[in-house]
Design a binder for this molecule. Structure first.
Ligand code: MN
Length: 190
């Protein structure tokens, strides 16, 4: 059984960057629908216990798509705050500087990955098998755990994540994304 975690902040906490209306639809309708669908699909299968990481690693078709989308959305919503730490510090800042040259250079490359992901999907900051940081893109419900990488940050670039707020302007959404991203959460994941 998979459950829908509540948003860890008020629906209007991220305004004006991500609006209450977007969060109501994104969490209560989209995220909730993935939970309902995966629960219907895993009944009487090997995935019935609702272990989402196991589903991401091993499932295919609708169970993978809906299960991965539940995990991806929970991971996405948990990284925001109305009072965010606006830049990485400590060991994570050192690792980003080493991998990408500077924090600004990382943000530019990540924003480019988010903007150029064709169609629906996600942009990720991951730790690879060798322990190095890297940027990844995935289509639809894709998740880097499937390739053995550990995600520590993600940006949902499905249109439902931003269309109510900025319509077709995905780069404007990514600009707003940085203003509510709480780097304290990313440091803890790292
Ligand atoms: Mn979404």
């Amino acid at each position: 059984m998979v459950t829908l975690p509540p948003l860890p902040y008020a629906y209007d906490a991220l305004e004006p960057h991500i609006t209450k209306q977007t969060l109501e639809f994104h969490h209560d309708k989209h995220h909730n629908a993935y939970v309902d669908k995966v629960n219907g699909l895993i009944k009487d299968t090997e995935f019935e216990n609702g272990d989402l990481v196991n589903i991401i690693k091993k499932a295919d078709g609708g169970i993978f798509n809906n299960g991965a989308q539940v995990w991806n959305h929970t991971f996405y919503f948990e990284q925001f705050s109305g009072n965010p730490q606006l830049a990485p510090a400590g060991k994570l800042a050192d690792a980003i500087n080493k991998a990408f040259g500077s924090i600004d250079s990382f943000k530019e490359k990540f924003a480019n990955a988010a903007a150029t992901q064709f169609g629906s999907g996600w942009a990720w900051l991951v730790i690879d098998e060798e322990g190095n940081l890297g940027i990844a893109q995935s289509s639809n419900a894709g998740n880097p755990i499937r390739e053995g990488h550990k995600p520590i940050l993600t940006c949902d670039v499905w249109e439902h994540a931003y269309y109510l707020d900025v319509q077709n302007k995905r780069p404007a959404y990514v600009e707003n994304f940085w203003k509510v991203l709480d780097w304290k959460v990313i440091e803890e994941r790292f």
